[in-house]
Write a protein that binds this ligand. Sequence first.
Ligand SMILES: Nc1ncnc2c1ncn2[C@@H]1O[C@H](COP(=O)(O)OP(=O)(O)O)[C@@H](O)[C@H]1O
Ligand SMILES: [Mg+2]
Length: 357
Amino acid sequence: MADKLKVGVIFGGQSGEHEVSLISATSIINNMDRDKYQPILIGITKEGKWLLYRGDEGLIKDGRWQKFGVPVIFPPDPSYKCLIVQDGTYKSIPVDIMFPVLHGPRGEDGTIQGVFEMAGIPYVGCGVVSSSVGMDKVVSKELFKAHGLPQCDFVGVLKNTYLEDREGVIKNIEDRLGYPCFVKPANMGSSVGISKARNRQQLMEGLDLAGRYDTKIIVEQCIKGREIECSVLGNHQPMASTVGEILPSNEFYDYDAKYRDQGASKLIIPAPLDDEKIDEIRGLAVKAFKILNCSGLARADFFLEEGTQRVLINELNTMPGFTDISMYPKLWEASGISYGELIDRLIQLALEKQKFK
Ligand SMILES: Nc1ncnc2c1ncn2[C@@H]1O[C@H](COP(=O)(O)OP(=O)(O)O)[C@@H](O)[C@H]1O
Ligand SMILES: [Mg+2]
């Protein structure tokens, strides 16, 4: 049998979604076909240190792995394509492909993808521009708008502009959106820094809060409706899964409803909708994927507006939650692709993309 493909599975990372990444990565490692693939585990600490981990996979999800990790560097020079252990031996560990299982800033935003591009190594998921545009809610919404995708009205605000002209910024938001509205950092995830503003006081508080996480803020018209998600898989001919619905346990799908309330938020797969609506959503998911020129995977999130029944895109996540109970793999499972097969396909798609380049 040919040599197994050495897959660098990268987990942890410096974003607020470090812990989620540990759980996603544990599921991926446990479900990877060991006859074909040899996982090489690389953890990134919250401080940004890269550590090679050769211990028990069961110690990853609660962070105990970190005690046993050995410092390692991954040179961006394409003549290496290996990790170099920093324990005095400078031993090199060859890697064939990278699988970044990192959510949020410095993982899902094109930055680490840029390192892989420099190194000339294939990697799972979206490229630099798709990742960074997918992460930036203002840029992605501008792009969706340019392509006529239905979405809510929004206003992008630079923190600097707000600090210089609070009155003008608030007046503009009130004129264009009114209340209630949603205030978010442009580049975050896991609902961190997001709030709903019902009046001017709350809008100012929301802008201050969002401004703590990013230098760019987005304010959106508040949509009343259901939250529907769809998984997309592929490169040039992406496929859409069936769709799922989120029933948040809180007023909106905030951080607690996502992670703290221990499954109090419910995922319903497939979403109880008629076939026509499901197809409309699947079509829009593929369209959004193509607009951002994604590759490998993305999860498209929508609102189904109450009353009008319009399907509005909320965002495209280029590295969605990947634990074995997460929406992305669950939607594929319901569409006939098991978790293990999904990993296999993602790796193959990354290799195909590299070949195409
Ligand atoms: N314009 C909006 N109208 C109504 N609810 C919203 C709106 N934007 C966000 N939300 C609520 O906030 C949650 C998190 O917002 P989202 O933009 O998806 O941020 P994140 O990238 O952190 O997931 C959504 O799942 C939804 O419950
Ligand atoms: Mg979201």
